[in-house]
Design a protein around this ligand. Structure first.
Ligand code: IPM
Ligand code: MN
Length: 335
């Protein structure tokens, strides 16, 4: 597997994730890569074609976090987002962004267990659009949402298969009352896939309403499936409701397995706390557990996930001062 520690707290949380994987008894053949803001500043490159080809040959990629310090002007805004993170998602066809949530004690979603399946290669993220008469009073900017039957169908199919292995319920979240073309495609694909999964309960919510219901009754969800932009927003809301972004894990999956999948905590590089030992590594550790599951190490994946959830609960009940390494040690100790 390829390991990209990245910037800020990225390398610190990845080190704890690898520590825990080793404690689970899994030996990984790892190769470290430098990518992110530091790589860009050192080389002037965001993601060299040769590096991308090399990464495509791995079984999995574990990424910590990438990004410059907030307010830094050395890296143009959007450069790493589009040039690195989104490029990896698009070129490696990581069409599902799977984000699981288990509400920590004391959080609004305490005790809840749900997952968001976010479409990860299309929607407004595809890069469609353009600008005319830039800088004039008559400037025009468009940014269309790209939705293909192929892309929507495969994402929804993944959500139903996931629900079949969980609590048998899928909620489609969109905005079909306003986004009538894209929404119509999503709704029809959803109904078609649902018809071939008769045992799975289905529901539909407009995205604005879903923001209310997620806060008011987070326990009513099993699997949520939604488009790229709604999924980006809803998953940060879900993270905040479940105990914070320090717990939010993600898997950028290529379920067709035509190449590697990429696993990363949802949080960013957090340069303000880098090197202080304050970063919570649980999101990175849980992302590594998702990687183990994808690599066929199901038993180790389950054990690591359970240890993370147990530790998450223990930490909520304790007044002890935790450090990044002590959290990693505690999870490893449970294994
Ligand atoms: C995420 C992030 C990314 C996204 C950014 C950094 C491009 O916010 O993984 O949720 O919008 O998908
Ligand atoms: Mn996001």
């Amino acid at each position: 597997m390829a390991v990209v520690g990245g910037d800020g707290i990225g390398p610190e949380v990845v080190a704890e994730a690898l520590k825990v994987v080793a404690a689970a008894g899994v030996t990984l053949d790892t190769t470290a890569f430098e990518l992110g803001a530091a790589h860009y500043l050192r080389t002037g490159e965001v993601l060299e074609d040769a590096l991308l080809s090399e990464l495509a040959g791995f079984d999995a990629i574990l990424l910590g976090a990438v990004g410059p310090p907030i307010g830094s002007s050395a890296v143009p805004s959007g450069l790493l987002e589009r040039g690195l993170l989104l490029r990896l998602r698009f070129e490696l066809d990581l069409y599902v962004n799977l984000r699981p949530y288990n509400g920590a004690p004391g959080s609004i979603a305490a005790g809840c267990d749900f997952a968001v399946v976010r479409e990860n290669t299309e929607g407004p993220y595809a890069g469609e659009g353009g600008v005319l008469r830039r800088g004039t009073a008559h400037e025009v900017a468009t940014q269309g949402s790209v939705n293909t039957r192929h892309g929507v169908e495969r994402c929804i199919a993944f959500a139903f298969e996931l629900a079949a292995a969980r609590r048998q319920k899928v909620t489609l979240v969109h905005k079909t009352n306003v986004l009538t073309y894209a929404g119509d495609l999503w709704r029809r694909c959803f109904e078609e896939v649902a018809a071939s999964h008769p045992g799975i309960e289905t529901d539909y919510q407009h995205v604005d309403a879903a923001c209310i219901y997620l806060v008011e009754r987070p326990d009513s969800y099993d699997v949520i499936v939604t488009d790229n932009l709604f999924g980006d927003i809803l998953t940060d809301l879900a993270g905040a409701l479940s105990g914070g972004i320090g717990l939010a894990a993600s898997a950028n999956l290529n379920p067709a397995r035509t190449g590697p999948s990429l696993f990363e905590p949802v949080h960013g590089a957090a340069h303000d706390i880098a090197g202080t030992g304050k970063a919570n590594p649980l999101a990175a550790i849980r992302s590594a557990a998702m990687m183990l599951a994808h690599l066929g190490e199901e038993k180790a994946a389950r054990r690591v996930t359970e240890a993370v959830l147990t530790e998450q609960t223990a930490m909520a009940a304790s007044t002890r001062k935790w450090s990044t390494a002590s959290v990693g040690d505690a999870v490893a100790g449970r294994l």
